[in-house]
Design a protein around this ligand. Structure first.
Ligand SMILES: Nc1nc2c(ncn2[C@@H]2O[C@H](COP(=O)(O)OP(=O)(O)O)[C@@H](O)[C@H]2O)c(=O)[nH]1
Ligand SMILES: [Mg+2]
Ligand SMILES: [Zn+2]
Length: 301
């Protein structure tokens, strides 16, 4: 029997679209897998066996995920996976127009790490403003920072070099230049993601689901409706600080092992803020996100 292995691109009604080599196959969960309550999402790597009589394939195995983005199910009924095996989240901000909002940038960077995805910060529109202070702040914090002008075509190679063999999410505030950037990286692609989002927006009862869009140079762009609902719930205070690269190395040195870095005496994090080794805005973001992690699960409308 010919078994095949492939990547789930997205849903198509009751079936999944699975890319196996260069073939796009339609596949459904085998009954046994359904009984196990297994959920398959875009990005999952699956094994397929042909279904009897027909063109459908059966999903007989889902490989362990190295990362998964989840959103909360309304009514406090747990979480639901949106997409699996994302390798990198590119947080896109403009250096100006609109003005960068550090708390928004920080939330997205932390969100990536909290979900085992490597973050990178793209500072776009450097033709308007080099964004020197912003770039320096995030480099100092320990992030990969990519200054870019989509308009002038500057800095795109650094992003392009990273895309093959990986699956990437681009996120960030509206107006930062995401659509323009994606189109510069791969002409026409922003239109494809827009079409997908619109379709999902119209489909009243369709579950919001992510789509993997193969890039011509290899790798995937992941279109993730519902990404704004990915939260930080369930993360312990200690886990949160670990998602701040500049805090990570200092965590063992607070006086109390369970230090939340808020008002505890002998806190190494607050000392580093006072000394200027940690940017005060970054620490402010930490406090804000700490509140979010400690919030009661909220229902999503
Ligand atoms: N000056 C300048 N404008 C840009 C650049 N990249 C995008 N824009 C403009 O910023 C605006 C918002 O871009 P868009 O791609 O729609 O942002 P999105 O909302 O993040 O998808 C548009 O008017 C773009 O032409 C850039 O590098 N420099
Ligand atoms: Mg856009
Ligand atoms: Zn502390």
């Amino acid at each position: 029997m010919t078994r095949r292995r492939g990547t789930v691109l997205g849903r198509d009604g009751a079936a999944f679209r699975v890319l196996a080599g260069t073939d796009e196959l339609r596949a459904v969960l085998r009954g046994r897998m359904k009984q196990q309550g297994l959920k398959v999402v875009a990005g999952d790597i699956v094994s397929l066996e042909p279904e009897a009589g027909g063109e459908l394939w059966g999903i007989v195995e889902v490989e362990a995920r190295h990362s998964v983005l989840e959103r909360r199910i309304p009514g406090g009924r747990g979480t639901r996976a949106i997409v699996a095996n994302v390798d990198r989240i590119f947080v896109v901000t403009a250096s100006r127009e609109p003005a960068p909002v550090p708390s928004v940038i920080d939330r997205l960077l932390v969100l990536a790490e909290a979900n085992d995805v490597t973050p990178a910060l793209i500072v776009n529109k450097i033709d308007l403003d080099p964004g020197t202070a912003l770039v320096a702040r995030y480099l100092a914090a320990g992030y990969q920072v990519l200054p870019v002008s989509t308009k002038l075509g500057q800095g795109l190679e650094a992003i392009r070099g990273w895309l093959p063999d990986h699956s990437s999410v681009f996120t960030g505030p509206s107006g930062a230049g995401k659509s323009s950037l994606l189109n510069a990286l791969e002409p026409g692609i922003a239109l494809r993601t827009a079409a997908v989002s619109e379709k999902i927006g119209r489909g009243m009862h369709t579950t919001v689901s992510a789509v993997m869009i193969p890039l011509s140079g290899g790798g995937w762009l992941v279109d993730t409706p519902g990404f704004s609902e990915v939260g930080l719930w369930g993360l312990e205070a200690r886990g949160l600080a670990e998602c701040f690269p500049e805090m990570r190395s200092r965590l063992g040195t607070c006086r109390f092992q369970d230090c939340r870095h808020v008002s505890e005496p002998g806190c190494a994090i607050r000392a580093a803020v006072t000394e200027g080794a940690i940017h005060p805005d970054r620490y402010a973001s930490y406090l804000l996100l700490l509140e979010e992690t400690e919030e009661e699960p909220r229902d999503w409308e």
